[in-house]
Design a binder for this molecule. Structure first.
Ligand SMILES: C[S@@+](CC[C@H](N)C(=O)[O-])C[C@H]1O[C@@H](n2cnc3c(N)ncnc32)[C@H](O)[C@@H]1O
Length: 241
């Protein structure tokens, strides 16, 4: 999780254009670690303008890369229906819907995050069915050709940068050494996915092999690819069940 609080000319200009309060105060806040994206009020994400506030994780560059890769995969396979689990600001579902002829649903545990996601879908002129769900305990109705998720994956004792303390903590941390959500999503995929369905994950850099093992326990014949982010870290997983 990085790139928060890198202030360049574009960020400063956006802050000037969008921040209602005193600019010097705003810059002081960022020097104390407060994410500039929350002060600007939005981020550019894969050609979509995504509103952000303290109720949603600030979309990361890695997640934009996930979307780029997912679009290629889904186009190749001619896949039509999907769900974004743990959607937060809605950035993934919105960018996919804008670029592909698909039907996509999206869910999150946080009503406040869903409010932002719905506003983002409306502003980006895409139709997405959003609903509230705790995916660890609740049952999702429906059948899909693919599941995509950037779930919480930071281990409880893992170091995180200063700015992340201003983001919703439920968006970041996961039990079971960061594996909790991957395990659960793989389990529920058994009833959520249509035959030959696909699962697309953003993953923690150290979690690839462990997630792969869980996936192979559930889908012994799966074709699984782990791919790297711009910094050379394992970051994406594509599972053809
Ligand atoms: C890492 S953030 C990802 C947000 C967005 N998809 C993105 O890529 O920017 C994880 C999201 O999972 C949600 N979440 C946390 N626990 C959850 C649960 N038990 N069920 C559903 N969503 C959950 C959080 O509210 C947060 O929005």
């Amino acid at each position: 999780m990085n790139h928060l609080n890198k202030i360049g000319y574009a960020e400063l200009q956006a802050l000037k254009d969008n921040y209602q309060g005193n600019l010097e105060d705003a810059l002081k806040q960022t020097q104390n670690g407060y994410p500039i994206q929350y002060l600007i009020g939005y981020v550019d994400f894969y050609n979509c303008k995504i509103k952000v506030n303290k109720n949603v994780l600030i979309p990361r560059f890695e997640t934009e890369y996930l979307v780029e890769k997912a679009i290629k995969y889904l186009q190749e396979k001619n896949i039509k229906t999907g769900i974004d689990l743990c959607c937060g600001s809605g950035c993934i579902a919105i960018a996919l819907k804008k670029n592909l002829n698909i039907q996509i649903d999206a869910c999150d545990i946080s009503e406040d995050a869903l409010k932002v996601a719905k506003e983002n879908a409306e502003n980006n002129k895409v139709e997405i069915h959003f609903f509230q769900k705790d995916i660890l305990t609740g049952k999702i109705e429906g059948k899909y050709d693919f599941l995509i998720s950037n779930p919480p994956y930071v281990k409880l004792d893992e170091y995180t940068s200063e700015e992340t303390k201003y983001e919703p903590q439920i968006a970041l941390f996961a039990n079971n050494n960061g594996l909790e959500f991957y395990q659960k999503i793989l389990e529920i995929s058994k009833y959520l996915l249509n035959p030959n369905g696909m699962i697309i994950f953003e993953i923690g850099a150290t979690l690839g092999e462990e997630i792969k093992k869980i996936a192979l326990d559930i889908y012994p014949k799966a074709n699984i690819k782990i791919e790297k982010d711009f910094n050379g870290f394992d970051r994406f997983m594509f599972i053809e069940t």
